[in-house]
Write a protein that binds this ligand. Structure first.
Ligand SMILES: Cc1cc2nc3c(=O)[nH]c(=O)nc-3n(C[C@H](O)[C@H](O)[C@H](O)COP(=O)(O)OP(=O)(O)OC[C@H]3O[C@@H](n4cnc5c(N)ncnc54)[C@H](O)[C@@H]3O)c2cc1C
Length: 391
């Protein structure tokens, strides 16, 4: 590739946020290049809890806008990607010792249903006491109530690949493995260098999107002039895949140790258990589950499912990008933050934080932010009508 190769948009990072921007931009008729240094979804986007959800617990911290937006997007993804995003029953057991009482949880579920638009996926109910024994061996000692509501599950890696497939069918170009190494912003042009197969390539772009997930500030530091850096902390979340099955659906549990939410989910004929929140200070590629996290998660699972014989098949850890603050990670905002190098005519946009669930919405916000920096193009498609599936 020579220096006369020009794109409207170059994206760094082939996680869910990078591919979502690639799809949305290509649909609007822009020429797009996406650079991914390892493999699609090699970072956080294959290490999440794999939920397409509103985030019931975000209601407690007052993040109503995020919950409403996520529930709307859940409905969209159920419609556009039925082979990849599936509705699941979720059970919330309430025990004598549970920190949130039945009334509080009922109020939360009612608000969740309201924010979901009171449709058929929005309802919740109480599970009759005489059927509690059928709930996958859930402990009934001190159990007062069991609620059931609906949310959705996906395969995060497959969803990322499916969105990239859609982007590519609209003309977006993917270079992988190709590592972004530097960019120089000169007036209206971004001069970009990347390495592929031990060779250095150059291209130019009207806009550069930094969607490098936990590597975001490392990538930002390779851009000259240095764009404003948003202060963040990386927070590790570990999951365990256990042998065994949950045949009834997903369980929304409260850790007996610190009252955090823990999910036990059916996952490819096994059980996915997570997650933790541990401040992480090392290089992002070094993220890995710790013994303490494993003990914490297994302790929670044994507490609620004492009769399951547990063996671990797999462990994995991912990194959340959360705003730096004095709060515990659990209480920090999950909103996506867009950091631009210019308030009106940005050339560089960094996508900080966010959720798998709202990545397509974030992509639209990125393009809106760039509307005055990009040339006018003829749209090719409406992403609200594009099905998402693996080839
Ligand atoms: C434990 C955990 C559980 C979660 N659970 C959920 C959930 O259930 N539901 C939900 O909606 N959200 C969830 N999230 C949030 C969601 O997973 C993330 O917001 C999302 O995956 C982030 O995607 P991303 O594209 O920003 O980053 P990533 O997926 O990390 O992608 C960044 C990519 O950039 C690439 N890259 C980095 N540097 C370069 C470079 N120099 N050149 C080229 N490429 C580069 C990396 O290789 C990587 O592939 C969870 C997050 C965590 C950590």
């Amino acid at each position: 590739m020579s220096s006369d190769c020009h794109y409207d948009i170059v994206i760094v990072g082939g996680g869910i946020q990078g591919v979502a921007v690639a799809q949305a931009a290509a649909a609007r008729g822009y020429s797009v290049l996406l650079l991914e240094k390892t493999a699609l979804a090699a970072g956080t986007s294959s290490r999440s809890s794999k939920l397409i959800h509103g985030g019931l617990r975000y209601l407690e911290s007052g993040q109503f806008g995020l919950v409403r937006e996520s529930l709307k997007e859940r409905a969209e993804l159920l419609r556009l990607a039925p082979s990849l995003v599936k509705l699941q029953p979720f059970y919330i057991p309430v025990y004598q010792q549970t920190s949130r009482d039945t009334l509080t949880i009922r109020a939360g579920l009612s608000l969740y249903a309201l924010l979901a638009g009171l449709g058929k996926d929005a309802g919740f109910r109480s599970i009759p006491r005489n059927t509690w024994e059928e709930l996958d061996g859930l402990s009934t000692r001190g159990l007062k109530h069991v609620f059931q509501y609906w949310d959705a599950q996906t395969d995060d890696q497959a969803l990322t690949q499916a969105i990239m497939h859609s982007a590519a069918s609209l003309g977006a170009e993917l270079r992988c493995p190709a590592e972004f190494t530097s960019a120089k912003i000169s007036g209206e042009i971004c001069e970009i260098e990347f390495a592929e197969n031990n060779q250095v390539y150059q291209c130019t772009a009207s806009a550069l999107i930094n969607a490098a997930g936990p590597w975001i500030n490392q990538v930002a530091e390779r851009i000259s002039p240095l764009p404003p850096i948003y202060p963040v902390e990386l927070v590790q979340g570990t999951h365990l895949v256990l042998n065994g099955q949950l045949s009834r659906g997903c369980y929304y549990l409260e850790s007996p140790q610190d009252q955090r939410a823990i999910f036990a989910l059916p996952w490819k004929q096994h059980i996915l258990l997570g997650t933790t929140e541990t401040i992480f200070k090392d290089a992002p590629e070094k993220t890995s589950p710790s013994i303490a996290e494993e003990v914490y998660l297994l302790g929670c699972f044994r507490y609620y499912f004492p009769d399951h014989y547990i063996t671990i098949r797999e462990r994995f850890a991912g990194l959340r990008v959360l705003p730096a603050s004095g709060n515990t990670p659990f209480g920090r905002s999950r909103e996506t933050h867009l950091q631009c190098d210019h308030p009106k005519y940005p050339r560089v946009v960094g996508i900080y934080g966010g959720k798998l669930t709202v990545s397509r919405v974030t992509a639209q916000k990125v393009l809106h932010t760039l509307r005055l920096s990009l040339p006018v193009r003829i749209p090719k498609a409406d992403i609200a009508q594009l099905p998402l599936k693996l080839p």
